[in-house]
Design a protein around this ligand. Sequence first.
Ligand SMILES: C[S@@+](CC[C@H](N)C(=O)[O-])C[C@H]1O[C@@H](n2cnc3c(N)ncnc32)[C@H](O)[C@@H]1O
Length: 254
Amino acid sequence: MTELESEAMEAEFDTVAGWTEEAVRALGRGHAIPAGCRGSGSEGALRWLADRLELHPGSRVLDSGAGVGGPAAWLAAERGVRPICAEPMAAAVRASRRLFGLRSVVALGQQLPFADASFDVAECLGVLCTTSDKAGALAELRRVLVEGGRLGLLVFVADGPLPSAPPEGNEFPSEAETRRLLGDAGFELLETAEVDPSDSPEEWMQAADAVDAEVERRHGDDPAFRQAQENSGRVGRLLSDGALRPWLAVAVAR
Ligand SMILES: C[S@@+](CC[C@H](N)C(=O)[O-])C[C@H]1O[C@@H](n2cnc3c(N)ncnc32)[C@H](O)[C@@H]1O
């Protein structure tokens, strides 16, 4: 397995990914996409990005840091594309293949196993804040995109000091730093927006909550579950304090 920068992140993104797959199987496929969107914010955020990515049926689309594949499966279902997923956690990669039939590979965003200019569009959602090598991840996204290719990003940004502990292993950039990193990597920023976390249909929220409850019922006593809960609770507190903002951006490769 490719290693992340902390054990807590591996608990959250690997172990819980496997448990999510198990819970979706128990509850039914209709739960898969909402439960498989880990950190993507809301369906409204996915739609906002998709509307700006100039997607066509034949577009070659990459999702880097794809998790269990909910956002890529949503794009496939809603926009008729066949995304390829790259994700460092093996259990998440397996879940994305088995739940959604996605083409997924185990890989860090800083070492993508793809040729230069092999994608027209890329997404990278909730990933930059989980790696210290943000410049490396953005450089790889630029390398694998064609000139003029579009990048959709979701980044949790922090514009000042955090009032409470961040989740272990996370490093939240400021909006200004993210803009600078994008420019340095060869991207021109086209449009940005704030995510409205409640912008999903009621059934979407209910399905995601049901999967969370099923995971807790099965694994609530496991230390990895408690660690993952602690991590996501910390993000929740920082978001409700306004210290963190989910920031959406669409950029073009120059
Ligand atoms: C908050 S989750 C978001 C998953 C997915 N993009 C989504 O929106 O549902 C962050 C993901 O980034 C992955 N990740 C962490 N470090 C990474 C890195 N250096 N390169 C690529 N992905 C990474 C994690 O394993 C995890 O699946």
